[in-house]
Write a protein that binds this ligand. Structure first.
Ligand SMILES: [Zn+2]
Length: 247
């Protein structure tokens, strides 16, 4: 652990001086909560069912299979609990109210941990909607829309769909305005994840990366933290929070 002490101290110093902080998170943040990452061998997209039901068109092709698959995903997410990494980010937001949280995760665990105004780039499994009539209000009994009776779908961005333009604009604005941009548990290689840290850098922001594996962004980072987010984020916050404010 001695090799991580120096970058951790650097990251704490950067956050201490920062007014506007952005934390961009990916699947690595939720791994300790039991949510599989996309790239794991047992990951969400690596089994046959996921490939069959990851396009919105699949709802028309096989409505029953689609509903069953996504209901199972929702159950997995609903039984998961926020881990110390999520809780540390909620604490960061309390210490630094200008902190914006951007995530690729659809599990809703940041909000469950008490985080506010989370920018969910890929939507949330915990919200459903009806594409037939536009209804966004449940309950979704047997995954059907109570207004028109059509089958509902999770409010997540599926393959072949565009990201929500408003959420994306908010994320880009936050990146451009921040003093420090922290990448947590994301390889940041897929659009728009790949662009947001670069936008922050070109607007004069400093970059911190926190990941178990090396990232191509590490060469541009002021501090590179190597390890698990559920371990490092609480340590980061412990260094940032004044004594007695760690609850
Ligand atoms: Zn409907």
């Amino acid at each position: 652990m001695t090799e991580s002490r120096e970058p951790l101290a650097t990251a704490i110093a950067l956050l201490r001086e920062a007014r506007r902080v952005v934390v961009f998170s990916g699947a690595g943040l939720s791994k300790a909560s039991g949510i599989p990452t996309y790239r794991d061998a047992d990951g969400l997209w690596m089994n046959q069912n996921a490939l069959q039901y990851s396009h919105a068109d699949d709802l028309q092709r096989d409505p029953a299979g689609f509903s069953r698959f996504w209901s199972q995903r929702l159950s997995a997410v609903e039984s998961a609990r926020p881990n110390p990494g999520h809780l540390a980010l909620a604490q960061l937001q309390r210490l630094r109210p200008a902190t914006r949280l951007i995530t690729q995760n659809v599990d809703g665990l940041l909000t469950a941990a008490g985080c506010l105004d989370v920018l969910e780039l890929h939507g949330s499994l915990r919200r459903w909607r009806c594409d037939h009539c536009g209804n966004r209000r449940g309950p979704w009994l047997l995954n059907r829309c109570k207004r028109c009776g059509a089958r509902a779908r999770p409010d997540v961005v599926m393959f072949g769909e565009m990201l929500n333009a408003g959420v994306l604009l908010d994320a880009r604005t936050a990146a451009q305005e921040c003093d420090v941009f922290v990448v947590v548990g994301s390889t940041a290689v897929v659009y728009p994840a790949a662009d947001l840290p670069l936008e922050a850098l070109s607007a004069g922001g400093r970059l911190v990366t926190l990941n178990t594996e090396p990232l191509h962004l590490d060469t541009s980072a002021s501090a590179v933290l190597r390890g698990a987010s559920e371990d490092l984020l609480p340590r980061l916050l412990a260094g940032l929070a004044p004594p007695g404010a760690t609850s």
